[in-house]
Ligand binder design. Structure first.
Ligand SMILES: Cc1ncc(COP(=O)(O)O)c(C=O)c1O
Length: 399
């Protein structure tokens, strides 16, 4: 059967393939430590679940406005504005079934076929997929290693810009790198956006997932709010990955276009889930605080184990729930040249399952080093210690 040609340009989240390999290994009776998927194995706070049950009992089970119910748009406008020191109106908030749909709807709204969009690489793989699916030119900007983590290679980014470049996707508090921009780096991105008249998708999925310090939004820099679309999600902060609730917060014309795409794509986001979201934003914040405190314990446990592995170079991020160590030296000592083979051997020898750099966009020409990503949000502290100490023993014994 001949399928539409444009499908050849559609990528995917290949991390899900790692899940299949891990599930296959587990089905054969093996213990698996799932560091591959950025899911959270903590319950959604009880007050949010109760609000959803109340909403169902109240009959909030039918269609609702495509852009979202007004109480949620109002709650999000107030919350997101106050955390970023800005003012957005509820009409600029367009509710989505998750944060992810914002990416494709942003691309459809701002980019014509043949135009370019800059995006981070390594980065969340859906950026590359959506740009190419909608006929754009994907402009992957890279990172360089620093003493404390990673920084955007600004010269490389600038070199990719042409007169037909329309937008830049900027994921501060970055998946998979765990890194964040210095104030100078964020200002440089803003300057580039203004100079080249680029629209910015600020993917702030992890804005509130930080253990110390304070998050800053590129939208807050002078001249930026009017050219920035924020990606907001309930998935991480409220441990609601499977509920599917998020929002785009955008200049009015873009918000209106995204709402129109909602009408075409899904009519509306589930009404009673939106009602629960209002409780998440306006209700008790004990739940999100407890989630963050537990993730910090997991971060400390995971980093504590990984940085002891001789040959792993592992920065300690203050945000997100990812660690992205360089594993080149360990692979060389163990005789691996392909990072996928290293990951498969680790799964089979130790049960530790993780993604590699290859899952986060096409590797760039000239990349020499090998990296892997550990997501520690889906394992208890005990399991983190057990799994990663086993990984360390295997590496030590084999090298
Ligand atoms: C950087 C980034 N953006 C967006 C998302 C989308 O999350 P969701 O669709 O669950 O809100 C994720 C999920 O892992 C992510 O890591």
């Amino acid at each position: 059967m001949a399928l539409a040609e444009r499908l050849t340009n559609l990528g995917t989240e290949t991390a899900f393939a790692v899940s299949l390999a891990a599930a296959d290994w587990a089905s054969k009776g093996n213990r698996v430590y799932p560091f591959h998927l950025g899911d959270i194995n903590l319950p959604t706070p009880g007050n949010i679940a109760e609000a959803m049950n109340r909403a169902i009992a109240d009959g909030k089970t039918g269609y609702c406005p495509a852009a979202g119910i007004m109480p949620l748009r109002e709650a999000l406008a107030a919350d997101v504005s106050s955390r970023r020191g800005l003012q957005w109106s509820p009409s600029q908030v367009v509710v989505q079934p998750g944060g992810k749909p914002v990416i494709g709807k942003f691309v459809q709204t701002v980019m014509n076929p043949g135009e370019g969009v800059l995006y981070p690489n390594p980065g969340y793989p859906i950026y590359e997929s959506m740009i190419e699916y909608y006929g754009g030119v994907s402009l992957a900007y890279r990172y360089v290693q620093t003493d404390t983590g990673f920084a955007i290679d600004l010269d490389h980014l600038r070199s990719l810009i042409t007169p037909s470049t329309r937008a830049i996707i900027y994921n501060n508090l970055q998946n998979p790198l765990g890194c964040e921009s210095s104030p100078e780096e964020m200002q440089a991105i803003a300057d580039i956006a203004i100079e080249h008249d680029l629209i910015v998708l600020a993917d702030e999925a992890y804005f509130e997932m930080r253990y110390s310090g304070e998050s800053h939004s590129i939208a807050s820099l002078p001249g930026m709010q009017e050219r920035t679309v924020l990606l907001y999600t309930f998935s991480k902060k409220f441990a609601m990955t499977g509920w599917r609730l998020g929002a785009a917060i955008a200049p009015q014309a873009i918000a209106d276009s995204i709402a129109k795409l909602n009408t075409n794509d899904e009519s509306c986001t589930t009404h009673f889930v939106q009602a629960a979201g209002v409780e998440g934003i306006n209700g008790s914040q004990d739940g999100p605080k407890a989630i963050l405190a537990e993730l910090e314990r997991r971060r400390d446990a995971a980093w504590g184990e990984l940085h002891q592995i001789d040959g792993f170079v592992c920065p300690k991020p203050e945000a997100t729930f990812y660690l992205f160590p360089k594993v080149t030296a360990v692979m060389e000592r163990m005789g691996f040249t392909d990072v996928s083979e290293f990951a498969t051997a680790a799964l089979h020898q130790t049960g530790v399952s993780f993604c590699t750099r290859k899952h986060f966009g096409r590797p760039q020409p000239g990349e020499q080093d090998h990296f892997v990503r550990f997501a520690y949000s889906g394992l208890s502290v005990d399991d983190i210690h057990e799994g990663l100490s086993g990984l360390r023993r295997w590496i030590e014994a084999a090298s």
